[in-house]
Design a protein around this ligand. Structure first.
Ligand SMILES: Nc1ncnc2c1ncn2[C@@H]1O[C@H](COP(=O)(O)OP(=O)(O)OP(=O)(O)O)[C@@H](O)[C@H]1O
Length: 281
């Protein structure tokens, strides 16, 4: 078949060997140990993994809230590591939106709900909706005149999502956006995030919520700061192989290898991994 002449669109964000190391009085924590991932327009990616596996660290770096300690993050074709602080701020304000795990961290405390949207419109540009319509999509229209301190935690979370989706950001990053929400609000938030993807954003969220995982276009599983598996919409699971040939098995496959060693056999175009049995020694 002749190769398609259709240009392949560059991903909005690309992580290559991303590292995040926190240094504190008690020592170093290696939160990300070399993450490779690409985030394309029009997709919702869920990042999962046990507590402490590095989800918030990855999302904080992706959303340009924090600098990586090593490796490279490229956003809209620009390697972020080489940018000045001012250039990173400008890239973030115009192209990246962020829903923090604590929603109050994503909101301006003195502005009303409607003013929060007008403020972000000044940075990211207009949206086909009016601020009240955007609030209404998240059930917040009656609270247009309220400040964050006058809203419940769940209402703040929905407001943070309304602000984050305004103006079709290129990259929308949300850290556990449904964690504090009842079922009804969680559905509204997930619908809104998928609408943002349909409008062209690359949406990345971290989550422990089965609804968010089930609705995502793909699911990246982190383990100990390393990407262990990626699942696509069809349920196909792939595991990345790093440049030194290391492969992480899915967590549920580990029980097949109680001895911690696999016999590796060529099998046509592929490889077979099987537990080492007594007779193999
Ligand atoms: N500011 C920090 N200073 C020191 N260590 C940190 C800091 N932030 C995170 N860590 C550590 O980095 C590791 C990864 O943390 P991170 O918050 O990214 O995990 P997570 O998967 O988001 O966890 P959770 O699901 O509990 O939110 C953990 O060991 C954590 O203790």
């Amino acid at each position: 078949m002749a190769p398609s002449s259709q240009p392949v669109e560059e991903p909005v964000a690309v992580c290559a060997g991303l590292l995040k190391i926190y240094v504190s009085a008690t020592g170093e924590t290696h939160a990300l140990r070399g993450v490779d991932a690409r985030f394309a327009r029009g997709t919702v990616t869920a990042v999962t993994g046990p507590s402490g596996s590095g989800k918030s660290s990855l999302l904080g770096v992706l959303a340009l809230q924090e600098r990586a300690s090593g490796g490279e993050l490229t956003v809209l074709g620009r390697p972020v590591g080489g940018l000045s602080g001012r250039a990173v701020t400008s890239l973030r304000r115009r192209h990246v939106s962020w829903v923090a795990q604590r929603p109050s961290h994503s909101l301006f405390p003195r502005l009303t709900a409607a003013q929060q949207l007008r403020q972000v419109a000044g940075l990211r540009g207009d949206d086909p909706r009016t601020p009240v319509q955007a609030l209404d999509e998240l059930g917040l229209a009656p609270l247009a005149g309220s400040r964050p301190g006058e809203l419940s935690g769940g209402e703040q979370q929905r407001l943070a999502v309304a602000v984050a989706t305004w103006g079709a950001p290129d990259l929308l990053v949300a850290d556990e956006p449904t964690a504090e929400l009842d079922d009804e609000s969680a559905v509204l938030v997930l619908e809104q995030l998928h609408r943002a993807a349909a409008a062209g954003s690359a949406v990345v969220l971290s989550t422990h919520d089965a609804r968010a995982v089930g609705a995502a276009d793909r699911v990246l599983a982190l383990r100990h700061g390393v990407l262990s598996t990626e699942r696509d919409r069809g349920g196909r699971v792939t595991a990345p192989i790093d440049s030194t040939g290391r492969l992480q098995l899915p967590a549920d496959a580990l029980e097949l290898f109680p001895g911690g060693r696999a016999l590796v056999e060529r099998d046509g175009d592929g490889l077979r991994l099987r537990p080492v049995a007594e007779g193999d020694r």
